[in-house]
Design a protein around this ligand. Structure first.
Ligand SMILES: NC(=O)c1ccc[n+]([C@@H]2O[C@H](COP(=O)([O-])OP(=O)(O)OC[C@H]3O[C@@H](n4cnc5c(N)ncnc54)[C@H](OP(=O)(O)O)[C@@H]3O)[C@@H](O)[C@H]2O)c1
Length: 340
């Protein structure tokens, strides 16, 4: 069986390794033939040591896969051989609020093996059936990016039809956030540094307006677009210098779903902006398996399909990482592990 490992010293440390085929799954576990894996920004951080430092020994890379059930362990009743499944990011976070023990089960980082392998064993309780209308490539995009966007817009963002939702960036989490917000009838504004990506967002996700987060006047533009009202939800993937203006762009009772720190971990926040407009800032760290199931249902009912930028072959994993790193993509970057 082949798998890719990373060791936290950079993309030079990415290796394709040969190991023994996995045996029969233990009680409660499922053996899965991995068909597709998607990449996330976190995978770049794990590979270069910004997320968990040097990995000794190296760990199997990546966290998001879709595949086919090969065998079920004792007590597994919810899946059968041949079922199409995708994984939750945590081997154990069934529902409710995260615990310290569950946080350590996040796969593909911090010493925990990931899923970029021909086969994996995963707890049945942390697997979900792939939406019926999805391919495996599409199924592999929900684990982190889809679920985080769902948490940011729906679970904690509590967006409602007619609300204004501001989404920074056009990567994996951001494009899902645009799609999910549109699915429930919210109005979306995307902020991107690229004119061509703004055009793609208008065409593919029906965004109402585009701004550029590198242009300091973007908060004033948001005020104009929303007739001075401000936005109800911000999907904040950048943190850093963007967080303050994001809070200032909120309507009364606005919610900032703080997802990422692409612009840094230190922010200057005007407390008056927070309290005067009664804004809530909520840290998001993906969500539970129960929320992933809810997202799958929503995708099926709305017939929503993930937006995939490029697909790479299993032999071209390094090129896939480099493409993600170049930030040329809109949406998701996916690897075919087994075709069909
Ligand atoms: N907390 C969680 O649960 C969670 C889960 C998933 C991801 N994240 C975090 O969320 C962020 C995005 O992840 P991803 O996988 O969606 O990444 P991605 O697919 O690589 O997308 C990154 C996009 O973000 C935009 N961007 C880059 N630098 C920016 C900046 N300084 N300010 C505003 N936007 C910027 C760019 O969009 P344009 O090219 O359009 O400008 C870029 O294409 C990362 O920080 C990641 O670690 C957190």
């Amino acid at each position: 069986m082949k798998c890719y490992t990373v060791n936290g010293t950079g993309l030079d440390g990415l290796r394709c390794e040969e190991s023994h085929a996995l045996g029969a799954p233990g009680p409660g576990d499922v053996l899965v033939h991995v068909c597709a894996v998607s990449l996330n920004y976190r995978d770049l951080m794990v590979a270069d040591g910004r997320y968990g430092g040097v990995q000794t020994p190296p760990i199997v890379a990546c966290s998001d896969m879709a595949g086919e059930v090969l065998a079920c362990g004792l007590g597994v009743t919810e899946f059968q051989v041949g079922d199409r499944v995708l994984n939750a990011p945590f081997r154990c976070w069934p529902a409710g609020t995260m615990t310290a023990a569950w946080a350590k089960t996040f796969v593909g980082g911090n010493g925990v093996d990931g899923v970029l392998a021909e086969q994996i064993v995963y707890p049945a309780a942390a697997l979900v059936k792939v939406p019926e209308h999805f391919t495996f490539l599409e199924g592999a995009t929900l684990t982190i990016a889809g679920l985080t966007a769902w948490a940011a817009v729906i679970t904690h963002g509590k967006a409602r039809p007619g609300d204004w939702v501001l989404v920074h960036g056009t990567g994996g989490v951001s494009t899902f956030a645009l799609q999910i917000a549109r699915m429930i009838g919210a109005r979306t504004i995307v902020s991107t540094a690229h004119v061509d990506k703004a055009e793609t967002a208008k065409r593919e996700f029906g965004v109402s307006a585009c701004v550029d987060y590198t242009d300091d006047t973007w908060p004033e533009q948001i005020a104009k677009i929303t007739d001075g009202r401000g936005v109800d939800v911000v999907v904040e993937v950048a943190g850093g210098e963007l967080l303050g203006p994001s809070i200032r762009s909120c309507a009364y009772g606005g919610r900032v779903s703080l997802v990422g720190v692409l612009d840094g971990v230190e922010s200057k926040v005007n407390v008056r902006d927070l309290l005067a407009h009664q804004v809530t800032v909520r840290g998001i760290f993906m969500e539970s398996t129960a929320e992933l199931r809810a997202l799958v249902h929503a995708c099926e009912v709305a017939q929503m399909r993930p937006f995939i930028s490029r697909v790479f072959a299993f032999d071209h994993v390094l090129q896939a990482y480099k493409y993600l790193e170049s930030q040329q993509h809109v949406g998701k970057v996916v690897i075919t592990v087994r075709s069909g």
